[in-house]
Write a protein that binds this ligand. Structure first.
Ligand code: 1Q0
Length: 213
């Protein structure tokens, strides 16, 4: 049996590029494929990150279940999912409590993490050669996801970030060639990630889903 292929940033890039349709809908299958790639990368960074990858993995798995399930046509795109879950009462933006397994609240967690990713990759791409990924990661986290996490998670995340490898090794782990090549691919990937984030943010804002418990 062949060993699982090594992570490559190109795959993640391809997945996020394939997310947005001509009608500006976000397709779930490539969205989740992009996340799968990222989780794989996180695994390669070591066990310190496993509390993060476990959570992301559980969320991706839940969503994959919907995409393959009985109502799969309702989960082709984020737009279809929002429409279906609102119409069927699976989610209700006016309720303070809600189902922990709805697609909308699950995607919302991934969506917030995508903002972190965007900031982090932007930082990595534009910072100087002697910059530290751990510092860029901490700053990106504090400017995004941290606002949604309780103290203990913030603390654990900040400690884990210290274990990130230095810039050269980090860029190399992306598996697209030299550090310069990796930076170029990041530049290519970012507009797609930004686009997916922007469309999702607008969709969730329009339906008042940005605070789902
Ligand atoms: C490279 C270092 C990775 C750092 C990841 C930053 C995110 C930190 C998040 C800490 C999450 C802690 C685990 C639990 C969180 C949950 O409480 C929370 C809320 O969910 P719920 O159900 O309790 O309401 N969950 C989340 O906020 C979701 C977090 C998902 C994080 C997914 C991160 C995936 C990271 C992939 C590595 C990307 C490396 C980038 C470079 C690769 C180049 C393409």
């Amino acid at each position: 049996m062949a060993a699982p292929a090594a992570f490559s940033l190109r795959e993640v890039l391809g997945a996020f590029r394939g997310c947005v349709t001509e009608r500006r809908e976000v397709l779930l299958e490539p969205y989740l494929r992009g996340w799968r790639g990222l989780i794989r990368f996180l695994h390669s960074l070591g066990a310190v990150f496993s509390f993060i990858s476990r959570d992301a993995e559980a969320k991706v798995q839940l969503m994959e279940g919907y995409c393959r399930g009985e109502r799969r046509e309702r989960y082709v795109s984020l737009q279809a999912m929002v429409q279906y879950e609102l119409a069927s009462g699976v989610v209700d933006p006016h309720k303070r409590s809600g189902r922990a397994d709805s697609g909308c609240r699950t995607v919302l967690r991934l969506h917030r993490a995508l903002r972190w990713l965007q900031l982090f990759l932007e930082g990595l791409r534009t910072a100087g050669e002697d910059s530290r990924p751990s510092a860029i990661c901490t700053d990106s986290y504090n400017a995004s996801l941290a606002a949604f996490h309780p103290w203990v998670i913030r603390k654990a995340a900040t400690v884990a970030f210290c274990a990130l490898p230095p810039r050269g090794a980090f860029l190399e782990a992306m598996n697209v060639g030299s550090a310069e090549d990796a930076v170029a691919v990041l530049g290519e990937a970012l507009p797609y990630i930004r686009d997916v984030y922007g469309i999702t943010q607008e969709l969730f804002a329009e339906h008042r889903l940005l605070d789902l418990p």
